[in-house]
Design a protein around this ligand. Sequence first.
Ligand SMILES: *Cc1c(COP(=O)(O)O)cnc(C)c1O
Length: 362
Amino acid sequence: MSHPILYIPGPTEVDESVLAAQAQPMIGHRSAAFSDLYYRLIEQLAQVFLSKQHVYIVAASGTGLQEAAIRNAVRPGRKVLNMVAGAFGDRWQKISVANGCHSQRVDIPWGQPIRPQDVENHLAAGGFDAITIVHNETSTGVISDVAAIARLVRQQFPEVLLLVDAVSSAGGVRIAFDEWELDFLLTSSQKAFALPPGLAFAVASDRMLERARQVPQRGWYFDLLLLEKAQNSGRTTPTTPAISLLYATERQLQRMEDEGLENRWARHQHCMELTHAWAQKQGLSLFPQPEYASPTVTCLRNDRHIDIPALMQFAQQHGCVIGNGYGPLKNQTFRIAHMGELTPTHMLRLFAWLDQYLAQQP
Ligand SMILES: *Cc1c(COP(=O)(O)O)cnc(C)c1O
């Protein structure tokens, strides 16, 4: 009997060989063996993010690095602009407030992307050290054009650092950190990277580290300068790393390289297209505008007034776990993720079960 397959936007399916990699014996994190492992992972991750700048791996979920971003990028008396178009944009705002960082929140209707023109007027008011963007808003299934926003910010607001939550997109879609001139990008292990939860990955620009030097209180656990120092001087981490998860990461980055990043991105895109086609056939519309629909998670409107919990239960009984709508969108929408390990075959298997349930509905 196989286990229930996760079609939820995290945690996602993890390949058996990746799970098994965690069972290797421990090594000391001040050993040469550890340094070799760690450095290889940093270099491979840099390739995934298309960056030659500073990559970090921390033992935390992605949210930890959202906190790191705010703490390291915003100087006292300066502000952060949080663009909120869903639950994870709202988290940027909550983290800013909880850290005593002056912030301005801009609400965009849920289901809409964040556009350069939404950002421009607000930044023009001045006083900002950073802007936060969620690349792929998992609660609404919307992907925003971060490259376009970055072009605007870099050209018109050189002081403003661009902090990007790419938790549910990195590894599943192309993100070119250096080419787009981003300043901080963070992601979690348990989404499109298809690893167990517990690690978070980041890339920081030289500009970001330069800024951190001007922020007197950056916290300790997520102080980028401390992470950078441990990496440069000892090829290690300041505190004990999650060694088992790093073994899993080693295996998974190899699998991603074997598949090829372009192929991986194309597979996510293809699974999205299959999901859209299925939804259309079933008379269910996309929550976002189609041109901003996420390649990793589809959010569907419950146009047919389906009993979503009952649909989810039926799917679960047949070994498929799907997601309800997030927060206020619960039962009004539901979500099907197509990230990480999921293939067209997985998607078609899910749709066959959902078709069976919906065939009994009015
Ligand atoms: C899942 C998610 C998060 C939170 O990540 P954790 O790893 O649970 O901390 C943040 N942002 C987005 C876009 C997400 O999808």
